[in-house]
Design a binder for this molecule. Structure first.
Ligand code: DQA
Length: 155
C-alpha cells in the first residue's frame, strides 16, 4: 500500500566524494551496488513513502557546497551522504546551515564502528537523525525519518 503523500515531500539525495565509485569500493563496507543501482533502490523507497527525490553527486567540495546553496526553494528536505567530507568539511557543514532544511545523515557502512577518524561527523549536530551501517536499506530508514519530520510526526 502506498502511504499518503505528505504536502512537503520533495527530497534531495546528495552523495559526496567517491560515492560515484560504488561497486569498486570494499564490498564488506559498501556492498556491491553501483551508484546508479543504489539510486534505483532509493527511488523505489521514496515512491513507497510518497516522496519525490532528486539526486546529486560530486567529487568536488565546492560543487557540493554550491548545490546546497541552490536547494532552499526547490526541496523540502535533504538526505546527505557526504562520504569522507562528513568527517572534516566545515565548508559543507556551514553550507548545510545556510540551506536551513531538515536533513538526515546517512552512511552505508557503520562509521562509528570503524577507524577513529570516521567517528567524527561535522554535520551531525545539524541533522535530525543519522543512519549508518544498514547498507542500502539505511536510505529507506533515513527517508522514513525525514518524511516524519516533514509531516510533523517526529517528536
Ligand atoms: C561513507 C563512510 C565514509 O567514512 C567514507 O569516507 C565514504 C562512505 C559510507 O557511506 O559509509 O566514502 O560515507
Amino acid at each position: 500500500m502506498t502511504a499518503a503523500h505528505p504536502s512537503r515531500n520533495r527530497v534531495a539525495v546528495m552523495h559526496g566524494v567517491n560515492l560515484d565509485q560504488l561497486g569498486r569500493r570494499p564490498a564488506g563496507h559498501y556492498g556491491t551496488l553501483t551508484l546508479m543501482q543504489l539510486e534505483g533502490r532509493i527511488a523505489g523507497f521514496a515512491d513507497e513513502l510518497g516522496l519525490t527525490v532528486q539526486f546529486f553527486q560530486s567529487n568536488h567540495e565546492g560543487a557540493f557546497v554550491e548545490e546546497l546553496h541552490r536547494l532552499e526553494d526547490t526541496v523540502d528536505g535533504l538526505l546527505l551522504n557526504p562520504g569522507a567530507w562528513t568527517h572534516y568539511s566545515w565548508a559543507i557543514r556551514d553550507a548545510l546551515e545556510i540551506a536551513g532544511l531538515p536533513a538526515v545523515e546517512v552512511h552505508l557502512s557503520d562509521v562509528d564502528g570503524r577507524e577513529e577518524w570516521r567517528r567524527v561527523s561535522v554535520i551531525r549536530e545539524l541533522c535530525v537523525a543519522t543512519v549508518s551501517g544498514r547498507g542500502p536499506d539505511g536510505y529507506r530508514d533515513a527517508l522514513a525519518r525525514l518524511r516524519d519530520e516533514l509531516s510533523g510526526k517526529a517528536e
